[in-house]
Write a protein that binds this ligand. Structure first.
Ligand code: BYC
Length: 317
């Protein structure tokens, strides 16, 4: 069979909604696109632990602390499933980490903004995890098996994250005037960066066309962003909070909420490494990697010893 035959067969399977598994034939572009997206996604989960981790010791009660801790641990788990899924396509974990630490690999722009107070834990859970769910539920039907299967569990956990965030905000909104003001201030700061999580507009998105053709992505960046606006507006009303967009208006014709212009200069600036926290986030990850070297060395030495023991037992038998 020629490469063309393999490619025809590959697209026939994609069109029949069959899952592509790691050992199946796939175009090099498909493999590279998946490794790029899964690595970016894994890095986002791991870097995404940092803004919230600052608040584990500042949570206002034991119950809040336990829930936040569990959420952050879930994010570590999501990162690990995703690195493993990328490894099934031949990516090396050390290279992926190196790309994150040297700034070659991207991670979600949202995690380059600072967390200023407890209300930000609510805003991250409600808006950031809310945006993540809308983006990730369609990934459960991604054409690549290991990514799709990892996403099923991730989405279940994300939905708990979103609820805990909403509940933090609800408590603040039902509290004192100052607490409600804190919640509003937090939404004012996190709304637009959350809108940017869905990526550039469809006309600027370089990868969407191929990713949608191969069913890695099922919906475009703008389609998912619109779903996010439509879902968030009624929830903001329940909280009694205002989304900071004077152009937000219900459109009777489209049955969707129209929204204002996203500041793409800000988005591009953050993605290029110049957001408010890019440097501290990457440094924190690099320090954690360097400080964890002794653990990796000990684990490698232990597994080597186990391997040798097994070999010796086999030789004696
Ligand atoms: N930030 O052609 P496009 C979470 C890049 S974490 C930074 O549209 P694509 C959580 C994009 O990579 C959830 N970069 O790309 C964790 C591309 O660059 P390259 C994170 C961005 O891939 C802790 C270029 O811009 N979720 O849930 O088709 C606490 C052009 O974009 C961003 C995922 O990673 C951005 N926002 O679509 C709480 C989901 N947007 O590589 C919560 C999986 C775009 O060509 N990823 N770029 O140089 C995706 O669904 C897609 O990769 C995206 C972008 C929708 C993000």
């Amino acid at each position: 069979m020629t490469t063309l035959d393999f490619e025809t067969q590959f697209f026939a399977r994609i069109n029949k909604d069959e899952k592509i598994e790691p050992k199946d034939w796939m175009p090099e572009k498909y493999r590279k696109t998946l490794i790029r997206q899964m690595a970016q996604h894994a890095h986002s989960e791991i870097v995404g632990m940092l803004p919230e981790a600052n608040y584990i010791s500042r949570a206002p009660s034991l119950k809040r602390k336990a829930a936040l801790l569990a959420k952050i641990q879930d994010e570590a788990g999501h990162g690990l499933y995703l690195y493993c899924a990328a490894e099934t396509l031949g990516a090396e974990r050390d290279n992926l980490m190196d790309e994150l630490h040297t700034g070659k690999a991207k991670y979600s722009s949202i995690f380059n903004y600072p967390t200023l107070n407890w209300a930000d834990m609510g805003a991250i859970g409600w808006l950031v995890d809310g945006a993540a769910i809308l983006n990730q539920v369609p990934l459960c039907k991604c054409s690549f098996g290991p990514y799709a299967r990892a996403m099923v569990r991730v989405c279940k956990e994300e939905s708990f994250h979103q609820r805990q965030g909403f509940e933090i905000l609800l408590a603040l909104c039902n509290g004192t005037v100052e607490q409600k003001q804190m919640a509003q201030d937090s939404i004012n700061r996190w709304w637009w960066p959350s809108m940017m999580m869905f990526g550039p507009s469809d006309s600027e998105s370089t990868n969407s066309e191929y990713s949608m053709k191969t069913k890695i992505k099922r919906f475009s960046n703008d389609e998912l962003r619109q779903r996010f606006v439509d879902a968030s507006k009624p929830q903001a009303d329940i909280l009694g909070l205002t989304l900071p967009d004077p152009l937000l208006k219900y459109n009777e014709a489209t049955k969707h909420w129209d929204y204002g212009q996203i500041d793409w200069d800000e988005f591009n600036n953050v993605v290029q490494g110049n957001g408010p926290c890019n440097k501290i986030r990457v440094k924190a990850r690099k320090d954690a990697w360097d400080n964890g070297k002794w653990v990796r060395d000990a684990a490698t030495a232990y597994s080597e010893k186990q391997r040798q023991r097994k070999l010796e037992t086999k030789q004696l038998a």
